[in-house]
Write a protein that binds this ligand. Structure first.
Ligand SMILES: [Zn+2]
Length: 281
């Protein structure tokens, strides 16, 4: 006889991380996650440009830019009221559920640029030196703050669903392209993911819980940096995930994350939601 375990989900967004760069980097945390589930390349759907705003909005809402109407990093005029993010759906449909989001990029969790993508909002670290000067150092500190805040929340009160987002990899790509520093940013990101997962595994009562962990990037980068075009380097994203019921990596898509989160929590998808994807099992 075994009690029904409480389900939790952690979705970690890593912005602008090329698939080939990820595979080449030393990432023991993601390797271990993949060994319990999968790591798979994801072709950014043709309805989305290879830009953060549209693709993160697809991760959140489960529909593409033809429906959520976000075509770039200005979110004004979006239809996320009609196609809400998975944190909002969980709070509405799962009794007693709690959610938490944290990101350095404002439009995901604050009203910046017409946001937030995640309507419940969330934590965005800010620093006095939050300016163009020394921007990479600032972003690195913001990612550390996001990691720390998320790890503390996971350890202490384990929200039902958490969204955490790390920005430095993409910013290094913009500053100098796919360089040794870009690889180092990926490896640092893997360590930050490790801190979040260690917090989960340190929880009192961990044995009574089941955790789904989904790590995802939105797009790649050109060799010299930047994205938004249709090259394979820009269009090839990836998902790495493990958790109860996760069996498939082949053919997974950004739009599968929203229905997967709902599926883990026992929420049945309504046809009227017009979701494009399906659970990853
Ligand atoms: Zn970018």
């Amino acid at each position: 006889m075994s009690a029904v375990k409480k389900q939790h989900v952690l979705v970690i967004g890593v912005d602008g991380c090329r698939y080939d760069s990820l595979v080449a980097a030393d990432t023991p945390v993601l390797d271990a996650l993949a060994s319990r589930g999968f790591l798979a390349p994801v072709r950014v759907d043709e309805r989305n440009p290879t830009i953060s705003g549209p693709v993160w909005s697809t991760v959140a809402s489960g529909v593409y830019s033809d429906r959520h109407l976000i075509r770039d990093n200005r979110l004004e005029g979006h239809r996320l009221d009609r196609y809400p993010d998975f944190l909002s759906r969980v709070r509405e449909l799962v009794p007693g559920a709690s959610t938490f989001a944290a990101a350095a990029w404002g439009p995901l969790v604050t009203p910046a640029a017409g946001g937030p993508v995640f309507a419940p909002g969330g934590y965005r670290p800010a620093f006095p030196a939050d300016s163009e000067d020394g921007e990479l150092d600032t972003i690195a500190l913001m990612d550390e703050a996001v990691t720390s805040r998320v790890a503390r929340r996971l350890l202490r009160d384990a929200p039902t669903v958490t969204f955490a987002y790390l920005l430095l990899v993409d910013m290094v790509g913009h500053h100098e392209g796919v360089t040794p520093r870009y690889r180092a940013a990926i490896e640092g990101c893997d360590e930050q993911i490790g801190v979040m997962l260690a917090a989960i595994d340190s929880r009192p009562g961990r044995d009574e819980e089941e955790w789904t962990v989904i790590v995802v990037t939105d797009h790649g980068h050109r060799d010299a940096g930047h994205h938004g075009g249709d090259s394979d380097e820009e269009r090839t994203a990836w998902i790495c995930a493990a958790g109860p019921g996760i069996t498939r990596g082949d053919g997974v898509d950004h739009a599968d994350i929203h229905p997967h989160v709902l599926s883990v929590l026992g929420v049945e998808v309504e046809p009227s939601w017009e979701l494009e994807g399906s659970a990853m099992n």
